[in-house]
Design a protein. Sequence first.
Length: 310
Amino acid sequence: MHLAVYLPLLFPALAGLSAEPLARRLEPRLATWLLTASGLLLAASGTLVLGLLALAGLVRIPLVDTLKGYSPEVIARQDPAAWPAALAGAVLLALAVLAAVRLAARRAGALWSVALEAACLPGPGPVVVTDDPGADAYAMPGLPGRIVISHGMLDALDPAGHEILLSHERAHLRHHHYAFVSLTQLAAAANPLLRPLAGAVAYTVERWADEHAARHTGNRRAVAETVARAAIAAKHGGGRGFSPAAALAFLGRRPRPGMVPRRVAALLAPPPQSRPLLLAAAAALLAATGLCALEAALDLHRFLELAHTR
């Protein structure tokens, strides 16, 4: 096994460094799809490579050689992977699988809890207004999903802001933004180098909803003002924290510092456009990742066939 086996373990670091520029410069919907697909492919490729390294070390165990009929001489001569690399691969593989399974179980439980709570909210309509004097608004995925808005948030915005807020939250539900956030968080659990990418997707889904509201109203400045007012009201409104933690986790609503000003600045700028060079660079990185993982798998397969025939 050659250098190709180690490159998919390094590409996620490059993806993490490029996630923020891609999130800022690409159209939000395109950026969300691209970053999510990239995170899943990079996490899967890295996990596959760790499995290959662990397997390359496993076949060097004498008991395994005897059971499978491998030639110890061929294995010793070919040396598919050094013991330290194989051992590290096995340990990292176990940690990655454990972290991914734990997060998947937690997210599935959270989604079920949110869906049940959404179904139990009062009223038949998709929008629920609470008596909370604090300013808050969020979307709860479910069948059907619900939009929850507090009286405090309604008081903080004018009627035009109410329509913008509803359009923003409807976009979260209609386009299943919680799924994009959850999938990238799952990829980051399997490979911590992808955490910046998961954070970028938490930003791009908000930008996607912002652009949806801007197209719906036809007034980007009004959407920018509403985003700023809603953020200020939510920060200083003294709400009771009615929002379920699961809903916050799914939609990434614990914003990182500077997210709201970046959203406002993006709305005050011209609508974002697709950038072919950035897309080509991202496609090249993903293609290289897939090819390296495939080459590593074929290399190990050829080695095992050679060891089995001697």
